[in-house]
Write a protein of this length. Structure first.
Length: 119
């Protein structure tokens, strides 16, 4: 199983970007999928996540500006980021909790996608 993220790029402050992450492979189930980010010199932090039932969780910094959504049929999540600020500049990582037949689980990270917000 693997995660493929896309959608990063350079945008001016106040602009928008949409990140996508697709899980592929021999997938039995996925519990929670989400986005974390890591800015230079800082620790990785949660941005938002969503369960397979659609329950969402946002970091305070993301509330009101970012929206996470999920397509269970496509094993894909999206992060719509509006009103972007220079402090949103970071590498954004997709992650997921994969569930396997028999109940085993695996937390996995995708490769990051860089988001740069210019002032």
């Amino acid at each position: 199983v693997q995660l493929q993220a896309s959608g990063g790029g350079l945008v001016q402050a106040g602009g928008s970007l949409r990140l996508s992450c697709e899980a592929t492979g021999n997938i039995f189930g996925i519990e929670t999928m989400g986005w974390h980010r890591q800015a230079p010199g800082k620790e990785r932090e949660l941005v938002a996540d969503i369960t397979n039932s659609g329950r969402t969780n946002y970091a305070d910094s993301a509330k009101g500006r970012f929206t996470i959504s999920r397509d269970n049929a496509q094993n894909t999540i999206h992060l719509q980021m509006d009103s972007l600020k220079p402090e949103d500049t970071a590498v954004y990582y997709c992650d997921a909790e994969f569930i396997f037949r028999g109940g085993a689980s695996l937390h996995s990270w995708g490769r990051g996608t860089l988001v740069t917000v210019s002032s």
